[in-house]
Design a binder for this molecule. Structure first.
Ligand SMILES: *[C@@H]1O[C@H](CO)[C@@H](O)[C@H](O)[C@H]1NC(C)=O
Ligand SMILES: *[C@@H]1O[C@H](CO)[C@@H](O)[C@H](O)[C@H]1NC(C)=O
Ligand SMILES: *[C@@H]1O[C@H](CO)[C@@H](O)[C@H](O)[C@H]1NC(C)=O
Ligand SMILES: *[C@@H]1O[C@H](CO)[C@@H](O)[C@H](O)[C@H]1NC(C)=O
Ligand SMILES: *[C@@H]1O[C@H](CO)[C@@H](O)[C@H](O)[C@H]1NC(C)=O
Length: 348
């Protein structure tokens, strides 16, 4: 009987992360849809002025940077509250979700209202694709009871378009009043800002609930061109910026849009217009996570990242965070030793 070294590492990680105080933890507004695992640091989004206030990663398992990454540079810190998601409607997704729920999501900081997101695009064959009945059943069984535990729930997120509208209504009807999301999560891809506005107004008016847009970006999916391997008729960079301006101004102007998540905070845009990328392309080879103009517009931060090792003298802010970090390491390691000792006692 022995403790594998892997568990020891995890034990070090948990208390360490949970003690970092979050940036903007009481704000709503722009967040990060963050698909990158630990492949890209969040540094550009955490730089001075940031209004980013949450992130989700299409999963219930929060990302925890390794001690090694963190000791190399603060650009690896993930200082925003986490929003877990139950991605799909079958055991493949339910089991890990319940496991992470039981572990209290590794004690990572959640949003102050403890928000959780439901199924990802249940109307899309390449996404979670759940029959409305199944989605209703799993919602009632797994998600709805979490309201009593103080969680606030986001609806399944359907794609924009008539199929999404119908799927959403079919799910809602199949629930027979027993699915009570606290807000609606929506996805939207197209290029005319006014259509975006009308789309979210439709859902708000139809269901009388607050709205989150958990994926959106200017992307025209109407005509696939097999010669270029791309969709035709995309927005230009100016149009992308204008789209962000108009939609952001609108979302801020109404009190029923709570959070929004641009696609994408990622280097690989997964088939969506490359011009929607929030990162500076110059940082791609070394994955610095520095932001471009659009990223700065979205996040409000200055978007720059400084690799700690190459920094001649830290700013006040960086220094205090770094020394705070050292203290947290010690707490983390102490906790680890205590837990290890305890476990060894139990195994004897
Ligand atoms: C956020 O809200 C909580 C509860 O209202 C409060 O205790 C905390 O100080 C607030 N944090 C900030 C940074 O304002
Ligand atoms: C669950 O659904 C996904 C598709 O969303 C599928 O790939 C997977 O095989 C399913 N798992 C089970 C256990 O049915
Ligand atoms: C999307 O692209 C198609 C094909 O180029 C074009 O006909 C259509 O007008 C575009 N959509 C918008 C809203 O501009
Ligand atoms: C990437 O990092 C390497 C090693 O630090 C450096 O030599 C190189 O110039 C960097 N490349 C870019 C594009 O920043
Ligand atoms: C962003 O802020 C940091 C820290 O204050 C500073 O070192 C850096 O020069 C700023 N970058 C830009 C592009 O203004």
């Amino acid at each position: 009987m022995f403790l594998p070294p892997v568990s020891a590492l995890i034990l070090i990680n948990l208390p360490f992360i949970s003690l970092i105080s979050a940036l903007n933890d009481n704000l709503t507004g722009p967040g990060l849809a963050w698909p990158n695992k630990l492949w890209v640091p969040m540094g550009g989004f955490t730089s001075p002025g940031t209004i980013i206030s949450s992130y989700y990663n299409w999963d219930s398992n929060p990302l925890i940077p390794s001690i090694k990454d963190l000791s190399n540079s603060i650009i690896w810190e993930i200082p925003f509250p986490f929003i877990p998601m139950l991605w799909g409607c079958n055991e493949t997704y339910i089991k890990p979700f319940q496991k992470n729920l039981l572990k209290n999501f590794n004690n990572i900081l959640l949003t102050s209202k403890k928000e959780i997101l439901g199924f990802n695009e249940p109307d899309h064959p390449q996404q979670s694709f759940c029959e409305p009945k199944q989605a209703a059943l799993i919602w009632k069984e797994i998600l709805e009871p979490l309201k009593l535990k103080g969680f606030r729930l986001g609806s399944p997120a359907v794609t924009n378009g008539e199929i999404g509208k119908k799927r959403f209504k079919d799910w809602f009807d199949a629930c027979k009043g027993e699915c009570n999301p606290d807000f609606l999560a929506l996805h939207w891809y197209d290029i005319i800002p006014q259509n975006f506005i009308e789309h979210i107004e439709y859902y708000h008016n139809e269901y009388n609930l607050p709205i989150w847009i958990t994926e959106y970006a200017p992307q025209n999916f109407s005509v696939y061109n097999s010669e270029t391997g791309q969709y035709d008729g995309q927005a230009t960079y100016i149009e992308v910026q204008r789209f962000m301006d108009i939609t952001t101004a609108y979302m801020k102007s109404v009190d029923w849009v709570e959070r929004w998540f641009w696609f994408g905070a990622m280097y690989d845009m997964q088939g969506v217009n490359e011009l929607d990328c929030l990162f500076d392309a110059g940082g791609k080879p070394n994955r610095t996570g520095a932001l471009n103009e659009l990223g700065v517009q979205y996040a409000g931060s200055n978007g720059s990242v400084t690799i700690q090792n190459s920094m001649s003298s830290g700013t006040e802010d960086t220094t205090s965070r770094a020394s705070g970090k050292t203290k947290l390491y010690l707490i983390g390691i102490t906790c680890c030793l205590i837990i290890t000792e305890y476990l060894i006692e139990q195994l004897k």
